[in-house]
Design a protein around this ligand. Structure first.
Ligand code: MD3
Ligand code: FE
Length: 203
């Protein structure tokens, strides 16, 4: 079933639940090639969520700042190809929210262990802001914080559980957002972890 959060944000509850086991097995293959790593923020902090990715571009962070790169700096190689099961899920979810022919070139995979979080930030390293971001939540539940155009704007909390997919486009594409610390629990498929996959048109 679908829920609107506000203009431009559509939650597709349980949209990925049936394909989740397959998603998890391709993520295991991807992270054997491009392992999860903790990026550093430009402020010098180490991010508590670990990152990997697939597709022609991946998100990186270093002394020079944040950007997308065709090379995974950890391996010196290209990022793994985006498996069809991931690409097709993202395309179907985008279509469900009214975006036809969504063609993501970057698939970022965040892994949260218990206690990991993501502070309020905006996603603005992509070239094409007219394309939405599609996010898929797997494993432990999370509380998503959804804010406005400015960091100080009030935030609302949106619970995200295993299988939920959210399409973020239009008006809210550049809004501040974050994830509260993951609570201790265990999930049948992923154990004490949450995985979030985001699909973007980055290049
Ligand atoms: C709303 N990830 O990777 S996904 C990120 O759960 C990121 O790992 C979070 O924020 C996570 O950048 C949240 C949902 C999401 C992604 C991008 C957005 C929501 C968004 C961009 C604009 C507005
Ligand atoms: Fe983000």
């Amino acid at each position: 079933w679908t829920e609107g959060i506000c203009d431009g944000a559509v939650v597709l509850r349980q949209f990925a639940t049936n394909t989740a086991p397959e998603l998890i097995s391709v993520i295991n293959l991807i992270t054997q090639q491009s392992p999860f790593r903790h990026m550093k923020t430009t402020g010098g902090y180490t991010m508590s969520a670990a990152l990997s990715g697939c597709g022609s571009l991946g998100w990186i962070s270093d002394h020079a700042g944040y950007r997308y790169s065709a090379i995974d700096p950890t391996t010196g190689l290209s990022w793994p190809e985006m498996p069809a099961v991931l690409f097709e899920l993202a395309q179907k979810a985008a279509a469900e929210a009214g975006y036809d022919n969504f063609t993501p070139d970057a698939c970022l995979i965040n892994r949260y262990k218990v206690g990991a979080k993501m502070s309020l930030h905006q996603d603005k390293d992509e070239q094409d802001f007219s394309a939405p971001i599609v996010s898929v939540s797997l494993g432990l539940p999370a509380t998503f914080l959804f804010g406005g155009k400015q960091r100080s704007d009030k935030t609302i909390k949106v619970p995200l559980t295993h299988g939920d997919v959210v399409v973020w486009g239009g008006e809210v594409r550049k809004n501040f957002h974050g994830i509260l610390p993951i609570k201790a629990d265990s999930h049948l498929l992923l154990g004490e972890e949450r995985i979030n996959i985001t699909f973007r048109v980055a290049g």
